[in-house]
Design a protein around this ligand. Structure first.
Ligand SMILES: NC(=O)C1=CN([C@@H]2O[C@H](COP(=O)(O)OP(=O)(O)OC[C@H]3O[C@@H](n4cnc5c(N)ncnc54)[C@H](OP(=O)(O)O)[C@@H]3O)[C@@H](O)[C@H]2O)[C@@H](O)CC1
Ligand SMILES: [K+]
Length: 529
């Protein structure tokens, strides 16, 4: 799914009005009605007080449309205008008149703290104060209003975006934005739903379709994309009946040191589970028995070093290499790594200590093959690109780094973001159970295993990150957040592959009756036999 920028959203609205021959007032009617339908379906007329707080721009206009429909359907609505300036938008004014036609309870004007209404914890707050048009710091009294929302504990539904957040830059330190329980966003999710600093403002969100021009949505190139099953499914490579292990590449995992052999075991398992035809692990001598026992499917090559890698020399040409897991940063290992990079021709997935070595010796970045995949967690990323002040700066700096060195960077986190030049891909699978040692090692193996099978590196990365998270999601049912281990993620990768082809629950329920009957008949027949 595409994540449009603020400018692209405005352009989409404009084009839609033009191509569908509708006015911006009509579009606002669609937006407000979509929110109303969402609420009406869930509330079914329940008389819970609903406090609708409207700003004076188009987000406020959406709130007025919603309030009007709620009122005409008999809901218990109190509407407020948050008087944040003088420039009321045209469509706000149209809907301000319209709401006055359906109720004697005209919207209440809020101008200062003393005007704040009492809100009971069981009431509902609708936040339509600011949308994507926020362009300067919010007045302190309105920030206090947002704090007031939170202090009531009432369920807060934000329209389009929690008020007080920008779509493309961080909020000023010390300022407050609405903490929404749910956000209903028009046409496309906003990037801020996925960034660590702002995601807590809208932990749950949903996109409502307001009929923005399809051609525009299809043809518009966005900088950010959301990656879910729908996006990765086309990557999937089917296996030919006559295929053999030689068709799926020979992957190599390089890493390990005394006390850290588990990392190589996990990465090798991940690589095999992702489908690599053959797997070899290149490890220090001390890891030989560990590796051969833990992963009998893999071959082991040992370095001259006993406790850590000292030479890094081998004589075959792997299809892809995952390097760095459990590697350590001993000076001899660093020298061996540099020597390896000078000779290497295979595509690389670089993780953990290999990233730390690159950070220590940035000149080595020049030796990376074009299209290499780097998989840092935030601390490793900071060592590579330097500190950042906020999430937006982090993404910008990573983009710059990615373009400069012609590599892709997988920023691991709650929503792993793969940065590929200017493009950012936000992964949607995964859960907090993955905050456990070794999960990253498995990911390195999975991506390497996919490259082995001929997936282009960027596809292997997006697919691998998705499958890895999905495997963890499926494993939750058995292990819960606390007991989920990295090895469960490697073991469950097959489930994640199979899950790609499962129909969503809803569609299964909508199975045509005749098919259901046929199934029942077949079942009964089998039972009779
Ligand atoms: N486009 C469309 O066709 C559709 C749009 N839709 C909806 O419109 C929303 C965007 O609407 P919007 O552009 O009017 O901006 P919005 O977020 O309501 O802000 C209001 C105005 O407040 C001002 N302002 C800014 N910062 C401020 C501050 N700190 N303190 C005080 N004032 C401040 C600023 O105006 P200014 O004062 O700069 O002239 C700004 O314009 C979008 O999120 C969606 O909900 C839907 O109806 C579907 C169709
Ligand atoms: K809002």
């Amino acid at each position: 799914m595409k994540i449009l920028s603020k400018e692209q959203i405005y352009e989409g609205d404009r084009l839609t009005a033009e191509r569908q021959n509708v006015s911006s007032t009509d579009l606002m009617e669609r937006a407000g009605t979509a929110i109303f339908n969402w609420m009406h379906m869930r509330m079914q007329g329940a008389q819970v007080p609903i406090h609708v707080f409207c700003g004076i721009g188009n987000n406020g206009g959406d709130g007025l449309v919603l309030a009007r429909h709620l009122i005409t359907h008999g809901y218990n609505v109190i509407t407020y205008i948050v008087n944040c300036g003088n420039g009321r938008s045209k469509d706000f004014l149209v809907n301000y008149d319209r709401i006055k036609n359906v109720t004697k309870d005209w919207p209440k004007l809020l101008t200062c703290k003393e005007d704040f209404p009492e809100i009971h914890v069981d009431d509902i707050i609708v936040d339509a104060v600011f949308g994507i048009g926020l362009n300067r710091a919010v007045d302190p009294w309105i920030q206090e209003l947002f704090v007031h929302f939170k202090s009531t504990g009432a369920f807060t539904l934000s329209i389009d975006i929690p008020s007080g957040l920008y779509t493309d830059k961080p909020i000023e330190p010390e300022s407050s934005a609405v903490m929404a329980n749910y956000t209903l966003s028009f046409q496309a999710p906003k990037l801020i739903f996925f960034l660590p600093e702002t995601a807590e403002h809208s932990t749950q969100w949903e996109v409502l379709d307001i009929g923005i021009d399809r051609d525009y949505l299809m043809s518009t190139e966005t900088e950010v994309e959301l990656i879910s099953k729908h996006e990765v499914l086309p990557f999937y490579k089917r296996r030919d009946k006559f295929s053999h292990k030689g068709d799926f590449g020979h992957g190599l995992i390089i890493g390990g040191s005394k006390g850290k052999m588990g990392a190589v075991v996990l990465a090798t398992k991940g690589m095999l589970s992702a489908g690599a035809g053959l797997a070899t692990a290149y490890i220090p001598e001390c890891g030989y028995t560990v590796l051969q026992t833990a992963v009998p499917e893999a071959m082991a090559l040992t370095d001259d070093g006993d406790d850590y890698i000292e030479d890094l020399e081998f004589e075959f040409e792997p299809t892809a290499i995952g390097i760095g897991v459990g590697l350590g940063t001993d000076p001899k290992t660093i020298t061996a790594f540099e020597h390896f990079l000078k000779l290497n021709k295979a595509p690389l997935v670089i993780d953990a200590d290999a990233l730390n070595i690159l950070s220590l010796s940035k000149k080595l970045l020049k030796l990376l093959p074009e299209g290499s995949i780097l998989t840092p967690h935030p601390k490793e990323l900071e060592r590579l690109i330097g500190q950042w002040d906020n999430d937006f700066e982090k993404l910008d700096k990573t983009s710059e780094f990615s373009s400069k060195h012609k590599v892709s960077v997988v920023i691991k986190g709650a929503n792993t973001i793969t940065v590929h030049g200017n493009k950012k891909y936000v992964n949607t699978s995964g859960n907090p159970g993955m905050a456990t040692g070794g999960a990253g090692d498995v990911l390195t193996g999975v991506i390497t295993g996919l490259i082995c099978q001929g997936y282009p590196p960027i596809e292997a990365t997006l697919f691998g990150v998705y499958l890895h998270g999905r495997s963890a999601d499926l494993a939750l049912e058995d292990y819960g957040y606390q007991s989920l281990l990295a090895s469960h993620i490697a073991d469950g990768l097959g489930e994640a592959f199979i899950d790609l082809f499962k129909q969503p629950e809803q569609e299964q329920q909508q199975e045509p009756e005749p098919e259901k009957e046929a199934q029942q008949r077949r079942k009964a027949k089998r039972a009779r036999r």
